[in-house]
Design a protein around this ligand. Structure first.
Ligand SMILES: *[C@@H]1O[C@H](CO)[C@@H](O)[C@H](O)[C@H]1NC(C)=O
Ligand SMILES: *[C@@H]1O[C@H](CO)[C@@H](O)[C@H](O)[C@H]1NC(C)=O
Ligand SMILES: *[C@@H]1O[C@H](CO)[C@@H](O)[C@H](O)[C@H]1NC(C)=O
Ligand SMILES: *[C@@H]1O[C@H](CO)[C@@H](O)[C@H](O)[C@H]1NC(C)=O
Ligand SMILES: *[C@@H]1O[C@H](CO)[C@@H](O)[C@H](O)[C@H]1NC(C)=O
Ligand SMILES: [Zn+2]
Length: 949
């Protein structure tokens, strides 16, 4: 079937992305669009958008000498008891906590890093009960005089019932207290505990991070509570709706710095504490913090370090950036300090709400699982996400820092001040922050046109995942999300990218220090609709429209027949034949879609598609498919079209070669956006075919296309001696070198090998510009042997800034030598070589290399048990690992191996990667079909299009 014929029959296909600039994601915007557009042009669819041994002072002033005991685990737990359920009963409500923690930064006699703590929580009984359940994980408790794990006292006139039985329920992570009588409704009680935990290097709860400074090994005690690890630091009602006030005190070695959510009060005052042990009495410092606002446990943070800081003030808010002393001395915190003030100010204006805390601390940690965490008043970051050095950082490193700071600061209101009631609504929190991060970063760097990148980044990610039958709706039912690992799963691309919205002022004011469910947001959007007179389809409300987007998974593909004006919607699935396996939906996989287009007068038009089919009035030629192809040639090109054309072709809505044709004009293209989205999309062709005979002709084709771009950048940079001025041009220069070198343009390879060997001769003077390092290192290491690799490894270990180390870490995966790749894979399981936080991403880097693919897959299968126990706790890394290692899978043999892997490890499990396993199977199945159906035509197409010598 010829492309032309196909088109004339099918006439035209339009994804809802077109012109909307912000997909499915931002349907809420359709509603308040007219109001927002005046405030913020970027949202305009028309412009394309775009923790022991306890301290001697025992809680409650008791002088009982506590004894450390092993938790009591009942062997025959009757099932279906309240303590076998994961959710807290609705009987008790915390009011405030008083918590003292003492992390030990050196190992004890048993060779363990530990923390000790004592805590009490004051709670109110809201429903009569004779049972207290409070979260606790991996903590050992000191028994009280009555031989129980906690002490209960009543704050009112009636005495508290005595404890009948107390134990730890490890599976559901509860400290359970059965009482000899009932707690009285309306009465307040105090529960005291003394405990010890391990300060492990597991990146969750209260954990340790280690680095070397001036030859000395230094330990940082730090925290990552989200989603369910506060219970690993102290016993607490660890659900987001259990907001309370926290009085926090840290004991720490003299001369170290203690930080928490609240401002430290007074000066550090050394307090002598006698520790029972071989070493005798020790002097420690006690730092107490101002009580927190009413807040959720997952936003708590406690850090003890030997760090330094720099500071400034912004409208009475103290801003501090903390990092390793060396990093601060080198000025690496300066960029973050410079940008935090303006971004905070921007959000205060955007939300119409002042920043609720007196200080905003941001701290860079050598070991940190996610990119950053929005702990209220003490945001934690990976070093690469906060520290900047103009001599070492690329423009993309800089952009990432500005964007992540903006994302985390956005959460100070949306997420922290107003919090989701339960994790099923995570998308509301993350989706929103993922959107406004662009606005905040744009404020910090107005010259970068960062907002243009929204489509490229987020939209593409959601497309890739949400188009699978094993996807999940934005909003899950509360009862479906219970176990800690299910909660981690939600932190995937979908929660992060699918929502955009606005009009939050009233929402934030109404729900400050409280919790919400997503429908509260719809209420506030509806209010905005009513007050602005925005029109909705007859009989529809914000709720009825939005429910279809959040309660059912996926998104529609809308097709338009440009002859008849008929429009039709269908559930978009990468593999349409999986339609039978998607769960039934109350909304029949129909959405209420605002369709927007521009008429010939370039005036924006909008109608609502409410049913399966509809009629698009005033249809004119500008929606013609061919016209869209033509516009690709001119300035009118919108990258969203590119993404869409390729996604549609993968899902068989349009012919693959038609999609490929859109790359033909690239030879004359110099702009970043179209190149980036084309390369992103061609990436799929490489994944499918770089182990087949098509690889050769694809390489020849792309080499031909990239040549002029490579020459162009050589010309405008004075033969590679300076960098282009524009942010996006700098990005495209990297694309030019990356693709030119990988497709075999000799001049490029000579250039990169030359730079790298110059550096090898004089390691103190790296001649490679920071922007180009990742790609130049990769290219040189790929072209080189053991010497180039070993030099890179030495430089990786010697790097004084994490962003430089990261560039080398990714480049080391580029070697074509299997033995080096296997050695590197082994390094990923040795925390002295590759930090735990980086292990999974390193394995994925290796799998991205066509030579490393099968090595990484074998390695992962072989070590699954170990990897799972060592790295399973983290929220992001698991699904990334599974998806990353299997993304090239496209043969029956690989599918069989994948299913075998799933079956073999069903007992060990996949934790937060469970969904990723089924998604990988589904993706592989779709890939097999796609390859079978397209291989020949793709081969023919490339063969025809390849320039004849
Ligand atoms: C917290 O408890 C300690 C004793 O454990 C006490 O000295 C301190 O005053 C309490 N803080 C508050 C704010 O109640
Ligand atoms: C807690 O008790 C268990 C069992 O006795 C022991 O293996 C573990 O090391 C203890 N943890 C700490 C931090 O003392
Ligand atoms: C920054 O900290 C220093 C030392 O604590 C203090 O003297 C200075 O006033 C602070 N500057 C600002 C702007 O808060
Ligand atoms: C931070 O701001 C100061 C004052 O404007 C400026 O001199 C310095 O270059 C900035 N530093 C960075 C890394 O942006
Ligand atoms: C901003 O907040 C002020 C005071 O809380 C209020 O009067 C004003 O109406 C708000 N503005 C908007 C646009 O909501
Ligand atoms: Zn976030």
């Amino acid at each position: 079937m010829g492309g032309g014929f196909y088109i004339s029959k099918f006439v035209g296909v339009v994804g809802i992305v077109f012109g909307a600039g912000a997909v499915a994601t931002v349907i809420a915007l359709a509603v308040v669009y007219s109001q927002e557009v005046a405030k913020n042009e970027a949202l305009s669819p028309t412009n394309g958008g775009s923790t022991i041994k306890p301290p001697v002072t025992t809680p409650g002033g008791s002088t009982v000498k506590p004894q450390i005991t092993t938790p009591v685990i009942p062997t025959t737990a009757p099932s279906n008891e309240p303590w076998d359920k994961y959710r807290l009963p609705d009987t008790l409500k915390p009011d405030h906590y008083n918590l003292t923690l003492w992390p030990r930064l050196t190992v004890n006699a048993q060779d363990l890093y530990i923390f000790t703590g004592n805590s009490y929580v004051v709670f109110q009984c809201v429903k009569e009960t004779d049972l207290i359940l409070i979260h606790s994980n991996k903590l050992n408790y000191t028994k009280w005089g009555d031989d129980h794990l906690a002490k209960l006292s009543a704050l009112g006139s009636t005495p508290a019932p005595t404890i009948k039985k107390s134990w730890i329920q490890p599976t559901t992570q509860f400290l359970v207290l059965e009482l000899n009588g009932k707690l009285a409704v309306g009465e307040s009680y105090q529960l005291d505990t003394v405990f010890v935990g391990e300060l492990a290097d597991d990146l969750g709860g209260f954990y340790r991070s280690v680095y070397t400074e001036e030859g000395e090994e230094k330990v940082v005690a730090t925290t990552q509570m989200q989603p369910t690890d506060a219970r690993k630091a102290f016993p607490c009602f660890d659900e987001p709706a259990m907001k309370a006030i926290f009085h926090i005190t840290l004991l720490h070695p003299p001369m170290t710095v203690a930080l928490s959510n609240g401002m430290e009060h007074g000066q550090y005052s050394p307090v002598e504490v006698t520790e029972v042990g071989p070493k005798g009495p020790v002097t420690v410092w006690r730092t107490s913090f101002d009580k927190t606002k009413k807040m959720s446990t997952y936003l708590l943070a406690f850090i003890v370090s030997d760090y330094d800081y720099i500071n400034s003030t912004n409208d009475n808010v103290l801003i501090r950036i903390y990092a390793r002393k060396k990093a601060i001395a080198d000025g690496q915190g300066e960029y973050a300090l410079n940008k935090t003030g303006p971004i905070l100010k921007f959000f205060e204006k955007y939300y119409n709400a002042t920043y609720p805390l007196p200080k905003s601390d941001q701290i860079a940690l050598p070991d940190f699982n996610a990119g950053a965490m929005e702990n209220w008043g003490l945001i934690t970051y990976r070093e690469t996400a906060l520290l900047y050095d103009p001599k070492m950082s690329s423009n993309s490193n800089k952009e990432r820092i500005a964007t992540i700071i903006a994302h985390e600061l956005a959460h100070m209101w949306f997420g922290n001040l107003v919090t989701l009631r339960w994790w099923n609504d995570l998308w509301l929190n993350e989706g929103f922050a993922s959107y406004v991060e662009y606005l905040g970063a744009n404020e910090a760097e107005p010259d970068w046109n960062i907002k243009d990148l929204i489509v490229l980044g987020d939209v593409h990610r959601v497309f890739a995942v949400d188009a699978l039958a094993s996807s999940h709706p934005l909003s899950s039912r509360e009862e479906d999300i219970q176990k800690p690992e299910q909660i981690s799963e939600l932190f995937d691309a979908i929660s992060y990218s699918k929502v955009r919205s606005s009009v939050f002022s009233t929402y934030l004011n109404t729900f400050a220090y409280d919790n919400t469910v997503y429908t509260d947001l719809w209420d506030h959007l509806q209010m905005a609709v009513n007050s602005t007179g925005t029109s909705l389809p007859t009989g529809q409300t914000v709720h009825s429209i939005m429910n279809r987007w959040v309660l059912q998974m996926g998104f529609p593909v809308v097709t338009i027949n440009t002859t008849t004006g008929l429009i039709n919607q269908q559930h978009f699935l990468l593999d349409p034949s999986t339609a039978g396996s998607v769960p039934p939906s109350d909304f029949k996989y129909e959405w209420i879609v605002p369709i927007r287009w521009m008429n010939t007068g370039l005036v924006q038009q909008q109608i609502w598609l409410e049913d399966k089919t509809g009629i698009l009035f005033q249809l004119s030629t500008e929606l013609n498919w061919w016209m869209m192809l033509l516009t690709l040639q001119g300035e009118y090109m919108k990258d969203s079209q590119f993404i869409c054309i390729f996604s549609l072709s993968r899902a068989k809505y349009i012919n693959t070669t038609l999609a490929l044709r859109t790359t033909k004009y690239l030879r004359s293209e110099r702009e970043y956006m179209p190149w980036e989205s084309a390369l992103d999309n061609l990436d799929f062709f490489y994944l499918m075919f770089d182990r087949s005979e098509i690889y050769g002709i694809m390489q020849t084709y792309l080499k031909y296309q990239i040549e002029p771009l490579f020459k162009h950048f050589g010309n405008i940079t004075g033969n590679w001696t300076n960098v282009p001025t524009g942010h996006m041009d700098q990005y495209n220069q990297v694309n030019a070198i990356r693709v030119a070198c990988s497709t075999g343009i000799e001049e490029c390879q000579t250039l990169t090998k030359g730079w790298y060997s110059q550096w090898m001769k004089d390691p103190a003077n790296n001649p490679i510009h920071p922007n180009l390092r990742t790609t130049v290192y990769c290219s040189a290491i790929a072209a080189g042997g053991a010497a180039e690799w070993e030099f890179g490894w030495d430089q990786f270990q010697a790097a004084t800034i994490a962003i430089e180390a990261d560039k080398l870490r990714s480049a080391l995966a580029c070697t074509k030598q299997p033995w080096l790749l296997n050695k590197y894979l082994e390094y990923t399981l040795d925390a002295n070589k590759i930090r735990k936080q980086d292990a999974t991403s390193t394995i994925v880097y290796i799998a991205s290399n066509v030579v490393g693919q099968s090595l990484a897959w074998d390695f992962m299968r072989d070590r699954w048990n170990y990897i799972f126990t060592q790295y399973g706790g983290g929220s992001f890394s698991f699904s990334n690992l599974i998806n990353g290692v299997t993304k090239r899978f496209s043969t029956e043999f690989e599918l069989k191996q994948l299913k075998q892997f799933q079956a073999d490890n069903s007992e060990v499990g996949f934790g937060s990667g469970t969904l990723a396993v089924s998604q990988s199977i589904e993706r592989t199945t779709a890939n097999i079909k796609w390859v079978a159906e397209n291989k020949d035509s793709v081969q023919t197409w490339f063969t025809t299009e390849v320039p004849k010598e």
